[in-house]
Design a protein around this ligand. Structure first.
Ligand SMILES: Cc1cc2nc3c(=O)[nH]c(=O)nc-3n(C[C@H](O)[C@H](O)[C@H](O)COP(=O)(O)O)c2cc1C
Length: 197
């Protein structure tokens, strides 16, 4: 977990079915509300679907740039932020070259979208950890949000009664994994009362 960083650069080697299958099996070991398991994982790897993913990535990038005040880094800038941003641009620019997976969850009567999403995020995390355990790299994306949702929904044929809370790009990493950079866990923990460390 401590080296399961987002990977945004991949080699040309395709992800074989057996490796991907182990990620999906791990995904289905996750909990879901009432153990309903109303999830669907859609692998996007045909040239046609990759082209749609690329378009969704472009649309998401337009939003992300504004939201995070991100601009393409100067080629000479070797600072950490520039390096991170460079990798993010590369992932979005080359999105059409990679295999990725859409995570869909069936709507259920009474449950809010947030509650429904809670039934698929654990599966996505299991998928990420299984990918990491096998040496794969992966990156969660927002490409099925923003303008990309309708594009992907139409291209894949996701029915209206399914939500699409997530999307993950997966491949063999160029370079190493991790470690993750996080604030100390103690900053996030309160005892009994909000703010009580
Ligand atoms: C819900 C969600 C959406 C994300 N969307 C994107 C995205 O669209 N593009 C991207 O490059 N990274 C995306 N990320 C990856 C985060 O930027 C990344 O996990 C975070 O910066 C922490 O970095 P690390 O995973 O390398 O530790 C997303 C992560 C989450 C959880």
């Amino acid at each position: 977990m401590s080296t399961a960083r987002s990977i945004r650069r991949f080699t040309d080697e395709p992800v074989d079915d057996a490796t991907l299958a182990r990620c999906f099996e791990a995904a289905t070991w996750a909990p879901s509300g009432a153990n309903a398991q109303e999830w669907r994982f859609v692998v996007l790897r045909s040239p046609e679907q990759r082209a749609v993913v690329a378009e969704a990535a472009t649309r998401a990038l337009e939003i992300i740039e504004v939201a995070y005040g991100m601009t393409r880094p100067d080629p000479d800038d070797t600072g950490r932020r520039a390096r991170d941003n460079r990798a993010t641009y590369e992932l979005h620019d080359r999105a059409g070259e990679f295999t990725s997976v859409l995570f869909a969850q069936k709507r259920l009567r009474m449950a809010s979208d947030m509650l429904l999403a809670g039934s698929i995020f654990p599966a996505m995390q299991n998928f990420l950890l299984a990918a990491r355990a096998q040496g794969l790299g992966a990156c969660l994306t927002s490409w099925a949000a923003y303008g990309g949702e309708e594009l992907l929904r139409t291209a894949v044929g996701v029915p209206d009664d399914w939500i699409i809370p997530g999307h993950i790009v997966v491949g063999w990493p160029k370079g190493g994994h991790g470690p993750v950079r996080r604030r100390p866990w103690q900053d996030a923990v309160n005892v009994d009362t909000w703010g009580a460390r």
